[in-house]
Design a binder for this molecule. Structure first.
Ligand SMILES: *Cc1c(COP(=O)(O)O)cnc(C)c1O
Length: 404
């Protein structure tokens, strides 16, 4: 492994699970230590004027000033770039920072953005408020639109933003067909690839130009740090995103970068446990009378299952549940308040199971959302799924009042 950490993507002779162990760092660079050192640095000093000038000229790649990165963030960037199948990665302080940096780097006043209707709500909110204020128009499109996206592309459309599966509702998008149509019209394609992580979906093999990770979720994996990444294959695009990230002042903390790298090493092992465990819980839920529908592309009767089989290498532990209409908000609260294992809270991707009431949180403007019963989002952690199922079974008894 003699590649420079920034070169990325060149160890193609190893399989993803092998690369995840070694990507971004060579112990021989650091006295043989298995993990890279944590550089706490703002100022980087130079011995001569010439050295300083040389480093500034290479500021997109070099360690020049803390805001542009340190050897620790470089190791993270190189690892994520390699695992996503890209060449360049820019890490920032959160998933939303990654989303907003992409939108700000690629769009200016007068431009038009096509945004998927099932997008993470804070991304929608960013478009409707800050981006709108900067003179960028957003049109929301049906997540199932596929090649039909061509009909919505205008002369000013610069970017098509995808997220697959969608937040809360988990529609699988035909990213490949969307990318073909977008590129034919001269527009770029961004993907929020957080659900799939860098290992379950290959963004650049499917035509994506920029792949975003809310690394806060599965990459960090332990619910203890905020982190976001943007990965690209194009050098000019990388410099644009890196420049804007610096202009708006994003920098990744040394310890956050380290936690991201440490979490990354066990990502595939965690997914191999949490994905199938989530599917087991999802299948059990499908058999319950309290459940109208389970939203999970890994289930054979899910409308996105065919695309998921074509494009994805597996599932993570996050999915949605639509409850049969009837229970009151109080009944849902009784179910959730009494859970022993599923905790309530935002975010996901850690080792612990989470449950969230998503009733009336689903926002749609391109297509109607018709389910009028309560809805939940479940994240299945590393617990034994049989214990999680028992927890849910007792929860349903509270939901229906069958617990006395
Ligand atoms: C959580 C999340 C984000 C935002 O990530 P933060 O690190 O919380 O800012 C973006 N996209 C998706 C799909 C997410 O789930």
């Amino acid at each position: 492994m003699t590649d420079s950490p920034r070169s990325g993507g060149s160890r193609t002779d190893f399989r993803p699970e092998t690369r995840i162990v070694h990507a971004g760092h060579d112990p021989r660079d650091h006295h043989g230590a298995v993990n890279p050192p944590v550089y706490h640095a703002s100022t980087i000093t130079f011995p001569t004027v010439a050295d300083l000038k040389r480093s500034y000229a290479r500021r997109f790649d070099d360690v020049y000033y803390g805001r542009y990165g340190t050897p620790t963030t470089q190791a993270l960037d190189a690892a994520v770039a390699e695992l996503e199948g890209g060449r360049w990665c820019v890490s920032v302080g959160s998933g939303m920072a990654a989303v907003s940096v992409v939108l700000m780097a690629l769009l200016k006043a007068g431009d038009h953005l096509l945004m998927v209707d099932s997008v993470y709500w804070p991304t929608r909110h960013f478009c409707d408020t800050l981006l709108a204020g900067m003179g960028v128009r957003t049109t929301y499109y049906d997540p199932l639109i596929g090649a039909g996206i061509a009909d919505l592309i205008e002369p000013e459309t610069r970017l098509v933003f995808t997220e697959s599966p969608g937040s809360l509702t988990f529609e699988t998008q035909d990213v490949r067909a969307i990318a073909e149509a977008a590129h034919a019209a001269g527009a770029l394609v961004a993907l929020d690839n957080t659900w799939a992580t860098p290992i379950l979906f290959r963004p650049f093999d499917n035509g994506v130009d920029l792949s975003i990770q809310a690394a806060t979720k599965y990459i960090v994996g332990h619910s203890d740090a905020m982190l976001g990444t943007v990965t690209m294959t194009d050098r000019a695009l990388f410099e644009r995103v890196k420049l804007v990230a610096g202009q708006v002042g994003h920098a990744v903390g040394a310890d956050e970068a380290y936690l991201g790298l440490r979490g990354l090493r066990t990502l595939s092992a965690r997914l191999r446990q949490q994905g199938p465990a989530g599917l087991e819980v999802a299948r059990w839920l499908q058999g319950r009378p309290e459940v109208a529908r389970v939203l999970h592309p890994g289930l054979p009767d899910d409308p996105g299952h065919g695309l998921w089989r074509r494009d994805f290498a597996g599932v993570c532990g996050l999915f949605g549940v639509l409850l049969t209409p009837g229970p009151t908000a109080e009944a849902v609260a009784a179910m959730l308040d009494g859970m022993r294992l599923f905790r309530m809270g935002f975010s996901w991707g850690g080792y612990e199971s989470l449950i969230l009431d998503t009733t009336r949180s689903i926002t749609r403007t391109a297509t109607p959302w018709t389910h009028d019963g309560p809805s939940l989002r479940l994240h299945v952690g590393l617990e034994d799924p049989a214990d999680l199922i028992a927890d849910l079974e007792a929860g349903f008894a509270r939901l229906t009042g069958a617990d006395g």
